[in-house]
Design a protein around this ligand. Structure first.
Ligand SMILES: C[S@@+](CC[C@H](N)C(=O)[O-])C[C@H]1O[C@@H](n2cnc3c(N)ncnc32)[C@H](O)[C@@H]1O
Length: 458
């Protein structure tokens, strides 16, 4: 007869979140918010740490579990694998004592899946508990090169570590990977002209004159509730600011890929300050609605026109705009801190697919820009195939020149792209010097990339 199984609301909630993430592609943050509502504060905090840590470590924990069980995980019931993953994180990534991590995992398996699994879960987790995380990295990384070990130790797929390595000096890779495992500092932004930094209640942001770190729940800030301020990573603020600062002819501004409207909301105020109007365009109607909501606090005279359109063939004449923001869809590898499961969800094959769309959108952005006007090509990814390679191809088209974007953000130290950038020619090196690459470990921002391109033929 089995002993009486103990219910544990925090672990059961974490299990349900992980099941939704691994079986139906749910976002951990969203599922967690749903589950947290029913939990006491201490349980909610434990469930959050358990889910986030397990999701971040998914690929590494699966390697540990395969080694500890001596079998491929696909031969186990997927629900049991999720119980084991949660157990592995408690043993290797949290300060839960081994006996507690194992017995609660056994109870969880019995309650959520069935008594027949308890022996298996117990045996596998006992093997896992024989080593620390560092001990497992030593064992699993024994046959790997330095990059493979660094990726494993810092819970990243190898291909992402490889991409970061191409965009960074070698001695910064470990810090860059480690920074993805730390939570991002919630940052607020004022809509210029509608709110003051002092209304945000927190310490001013490091570089952006429009930003401040949130002192509490952003929803409790009146200016945020009224749409006169918003939540926005400082890196996103800086790339929008850079486009507003560069010298360009008079004329309307365009945000080509605007949804959900964070950058549009800052650009709208910056454009109004310069006596210009912004057009905010977005492909998906539901995301265009989010853009409109983000712009709601602007008075009629300054409120951007929101357009639902495919940016590769927008409903405007060529050469219409003086400044164009092309914040293109990307892998989001620069924001891994925010979505714990995302590093395991992306595949290397996503990159070439996205790069095709990125090139088309940049070409359309160039066509929409007036002679002498400026395009900001932006990604929330430091992957060189999404950044410098796309820009290099656009430059080869002969219609634009690359400006020195780091000079436009003089307050941001070491903002220049410093990696080998996937190419070793002198030309590629001098191109890197003109490009901005922000990093969580250097700047505390998402890893945003920015190129500023001026359309020829003034
Ligand atoms: C990186 S996000 C933009 C983020 C936004 N600039 C902000 O700061 O809130 C890229 C956006 O491009 C949109 N998109 C995808 N394909 C597009 C296309 N062909 N034309 C225009 N927008 C597109 C996506 O729906 C997504 O909202």
């Amino acid at each position: 007869m089995s002993r009486r199984r103990r219910r544990d609301p925090a672990r059961q909630a974490a299990y349900r979140v992980l099941r939704a993430v691994t079986s139906s592609g749910a976002y951990a943050n969203i599922e967690l918010a749903r589950q947290r509502a029913a939990l006491a504060p201490a349980d909610a905090a434990f469930a959050t740490e358990l889910v986030n840590g397990t999701c971040r470590g998914l690929g590494g924990y699966d390697r540990v579990l395969a080694a500890a069980s001596g079998r491929e995980l696909r031969t186990l019931q997927p629900a049991a694998v999720d119980v084991l993953r949660l157990g592995a994180h408690q043993l290797l990534g949290m300060r839960v004592p081994a006996h507690a991590a194992i017995s609660t995992s056994v109870d969880l398996a019995a309650l959520e899946i069935g008594e027949r699994l308890v022996g298996l879960v117990n045996a596998i987790l006992r093997h896992v508990s024989e080593r620390s995380w560092d001990g497992w990295v030593d064992v699993l990384g024994a046959d790997e090169d330095d990059l493979g070990r660094l990726a494993l130790a810092n819970q990243h797929p190898r291909w992402i570590a490889e991409a970061f390595a191409r965009a960074l000096p070698a001695d910064e890779l470990a810090a860059a990977l480690a920074a993805d495992n730390e939570p991002a500092r919630p940052t607020l932004v004022v809509r210029p002209g509608l709110a003051e930094i002092s209304e945000l209640g927190g310490e001013p942001a490091r570089y952006s004159p429009y930003g401040a770190y949130a002192a509490g729940d952003p929803a409790g800030v009146t200016a945020v509730a009224e749409g006169r301020a918003g939540v926005q990573d400082e890196g996103s603020q800086l790339v929008a600011l850079a486009l507003s600062r560069v010298d360009a002819p008079e004329g309307p501004w365009l945000d080509l890929c605007a949804g959900p409207g964070g950058k549009s909301a800052l650009l709208a105020g910056l454009a109004a300050t310069a006596g210009q109007r912004l057009v905010a365009s977005e492909l998906h109607p539901h995301r265009a609605a989010l853009v409109a909501d983000n712009l709601r606090a602007y008075p009629e005279a300054a409120r951007p026109l929101v357009v639902t359109a495919d940016g590769t063939r927008g409903p405007w004449r060529p050469g219409t705009f003086s400044r164009v923001m092309a914040d293109v869809p990307c892998t989001g590898l620069g924001a891994l801190r925010r979505r714990p499961e995302s590093r395991w969800r992306h595949q290397p094959s996503d990159v070439p697919e996205l790069a095709v769309l990125q090139r088309r959108l940049l070409a359309a952005a160039i066509e929409a820009t007036a002679p002498g006007g400026v395009i900001a090509y932006v990604t929330c990814s430091p992957h060189p195939d999404e950044t410098v390679a796309v820009v290099a191809d656009a430059l080869a088209g002969g219609e634009v020149d690359c400006l020195r974007a780091p000079d436009v953000l003089p307050e941001v130290p070491r903002a220049t792209l410093e990696g080998e950038s996937g190419a070793r020619t002198r030309e590629a090196d001098s191109l890197s010097e003109r490009l901005v690459q922000l990093w969580p470990h250097r700047h505390g921002t998402d890893a945003m990339f920015l190129a500023l391109l001026r359309r020829r033929g003034r």
